[in-house]
Design a protein around this ligand. Structure first.
Ligand SMILES: [Zn+2]
Length: 259
């Protein structure tokens, strides 16, 4: 077991339970509830009387600190079972009030750190459903939040509301870095679907404009659904299936009075 090489400041806290009793399969993002530097946060966690710690901390300047080795169970989420399996990360807030925002630099470092943690601990995908009832069901949700275990607003609404986005950004990066043997048919289907989604917009080259206008005006191409701009989405760059091909031919034959 290792720690992140992204760490630039280390102040190991005495506040931990020693070796974890569970493998690392969960992520818990917290907020510091203040604009603490990684040093200030480290000083708080260095005090045994505070009885608190986290594995990592991120300051508003984007620096990443290590307070408790990944191998050890931090005292962060008010839950022994959670902290035995979770990497806990405290992120500084630029404003010490609701919704507890964090800086762009801290957010970017959080994504970097999460990608690194997932890679080293063999977490293939971050899963977030905002569903407290899924605690422990890591194949459905492997991110947890402090507010589920204690009467706290941690990690603050700013980070809480971005958990979906955080998971998405981390997963995108994990997929880019994927090793060959991580690819399987399910993953391939997901990526295939993702690629086709990108092709489904009306962002087409000008050389085809005349033909496209003609085809839509006479009703040869109907498209599917509506684009973000409210116009019909003709999915010009997406694939044409045999099913669609024959439908277009049929419409054309109808126009020519042949069907
Ligand atoms: Zn917390």
């Amino acid at each position: 077991m290792s720690n992140s090489s992204l760490v630039t400041y280390t102040k190991l806290s005495p506040n931990h339970s020693g070796k974890r009793s569970h493998i690392i399969d969960t992520i818990s993002i917290h907020c510091m509830a203040g604009n603490l530097s990684v040093e200030s946060c480290g000083n708080i966690f260095a005090n045994p009387a505070r009885k608190a710690s986290s594995n990592y901390g991120i300051g508003s300047d984007g620096r990443i600190a290590l307070y408790v080795d990944e191998a050890n169970r931090s005292w962060c989420t008010s839950s022994s079972s959670n902290d035995n399996r979770a990497i806990t990360i405290e992120v500084a807030n630029t404003v010490a009030a609701d919704p507890w925002p964090v800086s762009d630099k801290a957010y970017a470092s959080l994504i970097e750190l999460l990608v690194d943690i997932c890679k080293r601990n063999n977490i293939k995908t971050l899963l977030w459903k905002a569903d407290k009832s899924l605690i422990g069901q890591i194949n459905k949700q492997n991110m947890t939040v402090h507010r589920w275990f204690a009467a706290k607003s941690c990690p603050g609404d700013w980070l809480y509301d971005r958990h979906d986005q955080i998971a998405e950004e981390v997963n995108k990066r994990l997929n880019l870095n994927m090793e060959d043997d991580d690819m399987n048919i399910e993953r391939f289907k997901e990526l295939w679907f993702e690629l086709r989604k990108e092709l489904r917009d009306n962002d087409s080259a000008s050389w085809s404009e005349e033909a496209r206008t003609w085809a839509t005006e006479i009703g040869l191409i109907a498209g599917g659904g509506t684009g973000d701009d409210g116009n019909p989405n003709y999915m010009w760059e997406d694939l044409l299936t045999r099913e669609q091909f024959v439908t277009v031919l049929y419409r054309f034959a109808q126009l020519m009075g042949k069907a």
